[in-house]
Write a protein that binds this ligand. Structure first.
Ligand code: UDP
Length: 237
């Protein structure tokens, strides 16, 4: 079966690994995600992943509680490394060779981020997980996803969420809420639709990287999207 994309960047929020726990990592959920990633890798698609850290620590929230913002953001970035290594473990346990590269050096447990090396791993069909965000405070892992996607020439960003796309109003509150099939970057920015933060959207716009917003909790959705099936909402030019 042909695929619509050869190289994708999958953005997983920290919450995606949390399941219904409310905090931390649910190993069963991580195993499910690993299984879905494995399916896509077996289809011959090169997969890079950026994982968030919101299931463990969020810099903005800690700063609101009185912590120094930059310091809090470093803690947030380290949280993403915990998620990255956990996901790596789940992938390797099912036979998917995976490398974690971190934007903050932690050489005992992961490779440092080296763009050319990341691309080489992908070419060898290894999954590459980018940990520690961009390495800079005041940024997010969504922006990191846009940045890394541009750096490694990913054709598309798959933004995994818990809803099946972008709606004109909150589908949980409004039963008549309509889901968009496609949207332009400009529309997302001017209407402040919080798909990804505006820095991330602007970076995607500038580099012409489409974003597919889809529901990760529906089994098989990543494979469907990779096959070119219309899953969720496509944000593009
Ligand atoms: N973070 C940061 N710089 C980055 C990426 C992340 O400082 O380039 C910090 C920030 O504190 C953020 C936390 O890491 O709150 C976790 O990332 P994020 O909130 O993006 O995770 P997600 O919402 O995807 O779970």
């Amino acid at each position: 079966m042909g695929t619509a994309y050869k190289r994708i960047l999958l953005k997983l929020s920290g919450e995606a690994l949390m399941g219904d726990l409310g905090y931390g990592i649910d190993p069963a959920v991580v195993q499910d995600i690993a299984q879905e990633v494995a399916e896509v890798v077996n289809m011959g698609v090169q997969v890079a992943i950026v994982v968030g850290g919101g299931n463990i620590f969020r810099g903005v929230k800690a700063a609101a509680g009185g912590m120094d913002r930059a310091t809090a953001d470093y803690v947030g970035m380290i949280a993403t490394v915990m998620n990255s290594i956990t996901l790596q473990d789940a992938l390797e346990q099912i036979g998917v060779p995976t490398r974690v590269q971190t934007a903050i050096a932690m050489q005992e447990i992961a490779e440092p981020y080296i763009r050319r090396k990341a691309i080489r791993h992908l070419e060898l069909n290894r999954v590459v997980i980018f940990g520690a965000g961009s390495g800079n405070p005041f940024f997010t892992t969504d922006t990191t996803a846009a940045l890394r996607a541009a750096e490694i020439d990913a054709e598309v960003i798959f933004k995994a969420t818990k809803v099946d796309g972008i709606y004109d109003s909150d589908p949980k509150q409004n039963p008549d809420a309509k889901r968009y099939k496609t949207l332009t970057y400009g529309y997302v920015l001017t209407h402040d639709l919080r798909v990804m933060d505006s820095t991330a959207i602007a970076l995607c716009k500038e580099n012409n990287i489409p974003i597919i917003v889809f529901d990760l909790t529906v089994r098989g959705n990543i494979s469907r999207a990779v096959s070119g099936e219309p899953v969720g909402t496509l944000v593009g030019g």
